[in-house]
Design a protein. Structure first.
Length: 245
């Protein structure tokens, strides 16, 4: 059967000065799959996500999104960014805006929705992530877990094709983690394409269709969750996973 790839990444490279952080990455992401990227700190996971979202410019290679090269100078980056959500470890909310306003702003400015329509959708998304009672709260009044819920609602309010999550629970107090993972699990079941960087190995094993192990800027191994977690072939993968036993 022909694979339906939302992303096809070919020979992707990214350097910061002399330091080559991504070295010839080839990767295919199927529409609707949950892909998890694991690997040690500094292996290039965040840089890869940032290149996929055009927050960083790749140095070489191609990223095809539905067959179109997003690195082409003529590619519509603004439209693409609206379709590809990103959830960060540090939430990246607008601290001067309340939860509702955080979820409205890109809908009106980028998607050109009317304020009333944007607000209605924002409220529905905030409700969905359990933030209905806090729509008027500013980020400073919210816990880390609540801020991350707002960040997820903000992303969902854009009706994304794909969401990239970069260690969404790493900055949270332990008691806040499961609530966020539950929300992500629900999203995974909606058929949304998700690319996730996490150190929550039990969770990754549970929800991932596809697991990628990165080591020093290369994909050292990839496969199904079952294959990577139960019978990793590469000694580097084995060594990395040992730390989580
Ligand atoms: P990970 O997310 O796997 O921990 P990163 O992608 O954040 O890894 O970083 C990979 C490497 O790239 C690290 O050595 C880091 O210091 C370097 N790096 C990341 N961002 C920058 C930057 N903006 N400028 C210079 N070096 C960077
Ligand atoms: Mg990182």
């Amino acid at each position: 059967m022909e694979k339906d790839n939302i992303l096809t990444i070919q020979h992707l490279k990214k350097s910061f000065g002399q330091h080559e952080v991504l070295k010839d990455i080839d990767l295919q992401v199927q529409r609707g799959e949950v892909m998890t990227i694991i690997g040690s700190s500094g292996s290039g996971k965040s840089t890869l996500l940032r290149c996929l979202n055009l927050l960083d410019d790749a140095t070489a290679g191609e990223i095809l999104y539905n067959g179109q090269n997003i690195l082409d100078p003529n590619f519509n980056r603004i439209q693409y960014r609206a379709k590809v959500g990103m959830v960060f470890q540090q939430f990246n909310l607008f601290n001067n805006l309340n939860a509702l306003e955080n979820c409205v702003v890109a809908q009106t400015t980028v998607l050109k929705k009317s304020p009333a329509e944007a607000e209605k959708n924002a409220l529905a998304q905030l409700e969905k992530v359990g933030m209905g009672p806090y729509v008027k709260a500013k980020p400073a009044q919210l816990s880390g877990g609540q801020k991350q819920r707002v960040a997820i609602a903000r992303t969902l309010a854009m009706s994304p094709d794909m969401i990239l999550f970069d260690e969404p629970t790493s900055a949270l107090d332990p008691e806040m983690v499961d609530g966020i993972l539950d929300i992500m699990k629900d999203l995974a079941h909606t058929g949304l394409t998700m690319i996730l960087v996490t150190h929550e190995m039990g969770f990754a094993r549970d929800i991932s269709d596809h697991v990628v192990f990165m080591d020093q800027g290369v994909i050292a191994e990839q496969g199904s969750a079952e294959q990577i977690f139960s019978s990793p072939k590469n000694p580097r993968t084995q060594e990395f996973l040992q730390r989580y036993l």
